[in-house]
Design a protein around this ligand. Structure first.
Ligand SMILES: [Zn+2]
Length: 395
């Protein structure tokens, strides 16, 4: 099973599935979850990461001020509290283990320890000038500090980088996934072959190692992740295994890129529902336009597919009734112009109008009649002939 904390953020991918924190999902599931964050949720997590970047800059330069450390702790705890209930991170046990880990990492004791390590590293660097004869060898305590301090400092920097980038990672995923969804409108076939060809167009020039750690990473399909192959039990079978790719992530964006492309590989892709306008995961090559969830705007809370079918039927009906009515309107207009020009008198016109309206009402309720003879019965000649015939009969 994969670990479920941020210090070792891992997920397994195989055959269109992803397992995160012991739970299985369809690959592409998390991309859809991020796309469906509401504007309010996005606003909440668009936090200020400046203090975290300041600390990272100082660490890069070989020092760390206590004040920077304290400001960073304040910002990071806010970011942690805000993000621990959001998609993906809610599965990573952020409430318990991560809270405990951050508490220890951002204690005053750890700050003093990191500072001591950095100062010792600086002193050791002076050996560059001392030469081998007068080299200051570290004592036992210093040797131990040099040994473990590097690991702790890396862990601190990795954690700062992860939290500092959560918001920009979500923004990057959202921008690229929406661009991909826009491209779907020009496509006719939705199998893996066509999907990956379109996804590739998001970044045709591909891998760029140099900007992988930037805050605004531009290359959507490149990730920095360690991959190993692991056996995982087949669903429902204890002794049957299949091969999965286990990936270790330093950044949320790397996980989301993996989820997106592993999804494409399985023919899963995100789309916007034409009814409720929420995003959903399409699992086949059919041009599915609507999701299967309940439409929140429908008073009867029907699934979007049912709402769309109902709308389609109403539209077809209204266009049918529009065609029937327009034939009748044209006829009534002609009758009015005949009265004006004296071709027929008003009494005749009134009879003709009544007949045309009766035929229209019949056509509205009788599809067979509409199809068979409505148009022929509604020609000017047919109406005039029918009225004349009727008058002869009543005379
Ligand atoms: Zn929907």
């Amino acid at each position: 099973m994969t670990r479920n904390d941020i210090s070792d953020f891992t997920a397994d991918f195989w055959n269109g599935n992803v397992e995160l924190a012991g739970k299985r999902f369809l690959s592409g599931h998390f991309v859809v979850q991020i796309l469906n964050l509401t504007p309010d949720e996005r606003h909440l997590i668009a936090f200020d990461s400046r203090n975290l970047y300041d600390a990272l800059d100082e660490i890069d330069n070989g020092y760390l001020y206590k004040r920077t450390f304290e400001l960073t702790r304040e910002s990071l705890l806010i970011i942690h509290r805000t993000t621990c209930k959001m998609p993906v991170l809610e599965l990573l046990d952020t409430d318990r283990y991560e809270s405990y880990r951050l508490e220890r990492m951002f204690s005053d004791k750890n700050c003093a320890y990191i500072q001591e390590y950095l100062v010792l590293k600086g002193k050791q660097a002076e050996n560059c000038y001392n030469g081998p004869v007068s080299r200051a060898a570290p004592n036992n305590h210093e040797a131990q500090l040099l040994n473990s301090g590097g690991y702790d400092l890396n862990d601190l920097a990795k954690t700062l980088r992860f939290y500092a980038n959560i918001w920009s990672d979500i923004a990057t995923l959202t921008v690229h996934a929406r661009r991909f969804i826009d491209r779907l409108t020009q496509m006719r076939t939705f199998d893996e072959s066509h999907l990956i060809a379109e996804a590739n167009k998001l970044h045709e020039y591909g891998y760029s190692q140099s900007d992988l750690d930037d805050t605004n990473r531009s290359v959507f399909r490149a990730m920095r992740t360690a991959i190993e192959y692991v056996p995982i039990a087949k669903h429902g079978m204890k002794n049957q295994f299949i091969t999965a790719r286990r990936m270790h992530f330093d950044r949320l964006l790397d996980f989301l890129i993996a989820d997106f492309f592993e999804g494409i590989h399985a023919g899963h892709y995100p789309k916007k529902c034409g009814v409720c306008e929420r995003y959903f995961l399409v699992l086949n090559a059919r041009n599915q336009k609507y999701c299967n969830r309940k439409d929140p705007n429908d008073p009867r809370k029907r699934p979007c597919t049912a709402v769309a079918a109902d709308r389609g039927r109403k539209e077809r009906e209204s266009s049918k009734s529009h065609r029937i009515k327009s034939v009748c309107t044209t006829r009534l207009n002609t009758l009015r112009s005949y009265v004006k020009s004296g071709k027929i008198d008003t009494a005749f016109a009134a009879d003709a109008k009544k007949l045309a309206q009766d035929l229209r009402n019949r056509a509205m309720h009788d599809d067979r009649y509409t199809f068979a003879s409505y148009k022929q019965d509604m020609t000017q000649e047919a109406i005039v002939a029918a009225v004349e015939q009727k008058r002869k009969q009543t005379m």
